[in-house]
Design a protein around this ligand. Structure first.
Ligand code: NAP
Length: 290
């Protein structure tokens, strides 16, 4: 377990994961701490699954005012905290904070996804018809929950493994339809929003079998993958002049809530912060988006 006993004079938060070295959260939160002149700290804590409950139980004693939680602890965090409705609906918590001595939890991927779309494609949700969501993991749950709260009328959920999509249909109800993976391109002409929540497009993964040419010209394309920053899906959508929202934008926007809860300041997602992250992800040329 890294970190040891925390210094109690600083407001401190951390990201808990196993492994946790890959997490970009310290870069984001330490940038904001410096930017706003806040005397705080944000650290990585490598905690194996068997030690997670104990670690969370001692979070305040270790000097932490809250934490991010990443793989593989997001489901366990839900059970160990008083989670809000969205974390329970998504089935995973990624942001913890203390409220009147109680450890609360939420899932900030929902607002990260929605706020990024709001910034990149203002009014994307006005008269939105059908949304096509690819994937049925934790990220897909956050996206579907968010889309339903914005009043999206119909979502077609398409996953390689149909059995993983069915429980989402049961949970989220009739506005969600299940489509077949081998017929995903047939769903595209009717889509005004396409969201990729699968891992396809990442290095070492197969390409996403999406024919972007089949999307209507008004379609908005969102990709949750942020390694690489400019995914093949985003590049293909931009080549067609479709409006897009990328995974790096979502990553930055999902961090806002935690920082505000822990350090009392709602931080801004700036071009400079985006460039910092893009450079760290090895995609330094992609800095123009917010
Ligand atoms: P997950 O629970 O492991 O789900 C992975 C999804 O990818 C499943 O739907 C899986 O389908 C699909 N998949 C994997 N390999 C596939 C293949 N070869 N062909 C077709 N489908 C395949 O992961 P998650 O937590 O939902 O995350 C998914 C992605 O979203 C990751 O890339 C993650 O980094 C990204 N994400 C980004 C943000 C952000 O802030 N930008 C936030 C959260 C997640 P099966 O069910 O058939 O296996």
């Amino acid at each position: 377990m890294a970190g040891g006993k925390a210094t109690h004079t600083l407001r401190a938060a951390c990201v808990i994961g196993w492994p946790v070295e890959h997490s970009r959260s310290p870069l984001i939160h330490n940038y904001w701490l410096k930017q706003y002149g806040i005397a705080g700290a944000y650290r990585r804590e490598a905690v194996p699954p068997g030690e997670f409950a104990t670690f969370v139980g001692l979070l305040a004693a270790r000097g932490y005012v809250g934490a991010n939680v990443t793989v593989p602890h997001k489901e366990a965090a839900l059970k160990l905290t008083q989670a809000d409705e969205r974390a329970r609906a998504v089935g995973a918590a990624n942001t913890l904070w203390f409220e009147a001595g109680t450890l609360r939890a939420t899932n900030s991927d929902v607002e990260g996804f929605l706020n990024n779309l709001d910034v990149c494609v203002p009014h994307w949700d006005r008269n939105l018809g059908k949304a096509v969501v690819l994937g049925a993991g934790g990220a897909a749950r956050a996206v579907i929950y968010g889309l339903l709260t914005r009043g999206v009328e119909q979502i077609v959920l398409i996953n390689r493994t149909p059995g993983r999509a069915q429980p989402l249909r049961q949970q989220f109800g009739p506005r969600l339809q299940i489509g077949r993976w081998d017929e995903l391109n047939a769903a595209l002409p009717a889509a005004s929003l396409l969201v990729n929540t699968t891992t396809l497009g990442m290095p070492g993964q197969p390409a996403l079998p999406v024919d972007v040419a089949r999307l209507p010209g008004i379609a908005v394309v969102s990709d949750l993958v942020y390694v690489p920053v400019r995914t093949p899906l985003i590049a293909a959508a931009e080549a067609r002049a479709l409006r897009t929202a990328d995974g790096l934008g979502m990553l930055l926007h999902q961090a806002v809530r935690g920082f505000e809860l822990w350090f009392g300041k709602r931080p801004e997602v700036t071009g400079e912060l985006r460039a910092l992250l893009a450079a760290d992800l090895g995609d330094g040329g992609v800095t123009s988006r917010r």
